[in-house]
Design a protein around this ligand. Sequence first.
Ligand SMILES: NC(=O)C1=CN([C@@H]2O[C@H](COP(=O)(O)OP(=O)(O)OC[C@H]3O[C@@H](n4cnc5c(N)ncnc54)[C@H](O)[C@@H]3O)[C@@H](O)[C@H]2O)[C@@H](O)CC1
Ligand SMILES: Nc1ncnc2c1ncn2[C@@H]1O[C@H](COP(=O)(O)OP(=O)(O)O)[C@@H](O)[C@H]1O
Ligand SMILES: [K+]
Length: 504
Amino acid sequence: MHVVSREEMRNIDQYTITHIGLGGPVLMENAGRAVYAALEPECKAGDRICVVIGKGNNGGDGFVIARMLFDSGAKVSTWLAADPQKISGEAANHMRAYCACGGTLLRISDEPETFQQQLDRADWIIDALLGTGIHGAPYPADQQVIRWINASKGTVISVDLPSGVPANGEAFDHPAVLADQTMTLECPKLAQFMQPAARHFGTVRVLPIGIPNKAYQQVGVQRELRMRSDVVRTLPVRDPFSHKGNHGKGLLIAGSKNMPGAAFFSAKAALRSGIGLLKVSVPEVIQPILAAQLPETMYLPRVQVALDGASGVGIGPGLGRDAREEELVCRLVEESDTIPCVIDADGLFHLRNHLDLLPKRHKPAVLSPHPGEMALLTHSSVQDVERDRFGISKAFAEKYQVYLVLKGKATLVTAPDGRQIVNPTGNAAMAKGGSGDVLTGILLAFLLQHEQMMDAVSNAVYVHGAAAEELAAREHSLLDVLASDLIEAIPPVLHQLYDEKTCR
Ligand SMILES: NC(=O)C1=CN([C@@H]2O[C@H](COP(=O)(O)OP(=O)(O)OC[C@H]3O[C@@H](n4cnc5c(N)ncnc54)[C@H](O)[C@@H]3O)[C@@H](O)[C@H]2O)[C@@H](O)CC1
Ligand SMILES: Nc1ncnc2c1ncn2[C@@H]1O[C@H](COP(=O)(O)OP(=O)(O)O)[C@@H](O)[C@H]1O
Ligand SMILES: [K+]
């Protein structure tokens, strides 16, 4: 499923209308019908529904929804936040169709008190005021309507976007609808994955409106939401005759005197994710503790680190910020030139002044910063990173020829050629020290078992988030999940995914 910017969505719509010949009214009819079909099973007989319509094409979708509700005998009141004379194009066609069917149209500016009373009494409010078309803050009259919608008690369903939210997710400080549910048309827009916009969406349903694949190909959208079916399709199949040497020989350089747990989390997660052999390099003082906890790995004293036949390296979790480690990180990034290399946490701290090493590698490195580390790598602030997650990631991955995993809610994976994959799994239970270390281990293990690096990285991120969802769905709350719980939830997640793979 593609994730689009406002401009891409407009071009896709235009291509479909102009070159494929599916007219704007058809797409609008499809959009309105799709929303109606999604809404209808949720409404009870006698529910009051208030449809709020703006002057553009988002309002046009609203007319289709209102017409279908009216035709089905629902208790619908349809309110227009614009002068009907100023409604044009496809939206005007659908306004006429609504009226021709016998529907009544009320103007908010004529009866603002009645509008507020009806909003207050409504069980459902359909927000078709503004969609992808707004520029800047909504006009003052629209802002007032948005405030009234936000003050209402009914369930607010936004059509395509919560009105007032900019589709590209730029930061804003004007009023915008706080939806309970957003019924996004055709494909998710960038705003759904950016702060503060994302908070306005509520739960999201994506409703296809019949845009052909050709339109996406022509516009050249390079961004996708990872679907479960993509993960199932691309997970590696284990050869029944394989031996441990076929599933990767990993070297993990992690942990320090004050952070022994990081090495444990990454190592155990790598083992749970299928790595064949794993050697962990830690300072000698913590080696006995780890060896007791994790007898499945081999250990290598930190002073003797060498690749020594490893087929993949993970560097960084809990490594510490000692200057000696800086030299080590740089050496390993150079020496592991032709094998997968994952760099995280303190590894990124050490690498920040040596980024020029990255594009020289034959096999692109995988960097997995959280927004704070990304700010460090780009000499910017966390706010700058969050303001433009998609743009900053793409520029960085292309410049340094790396796979970049920008963590957070909806972790974003960017390939060296600029392709991007948004991860849908995960929850706030993961907002706890150690979660990232678990991901490093899964990444290392998956990179050694998948054919395509983009699949390996995207699947690792998906499984990591799915582990947190698995825990929250069963015996855990969002508060009590530990990094070690996440590791123990990898098996049921993989079990289920592999079950789905063999069912097909
Ligand atoms: N043919 C198409 O392009 C389709 C569009 N669809 C719908 O159309 C929407 C986009 O429609 P539009 O581009 O007409 O735009 P919207 O309906 O989102 O637009 C707002 C209207 O207000 C105006 N406006 C601009 N800035 C504003 C501001 N700051 N405050 C208030 N009004 C402002 C715009 O000129 C536009 O007429 C989508 O979100 C989707 O719901 C769907 O019907 C599917 C097909
Ligand atoms: N609110 C959240 N929703 C979804 N995922 C989250 C959330 N908070 C954190 N995560 C995930 O948890 C992990 C935290 O990583 P990181 O900050 O590196 O942790 P640490 O360094 O403590 O191990 C990342 O994969 C991130 O995407
Ligand atoms: K809307």
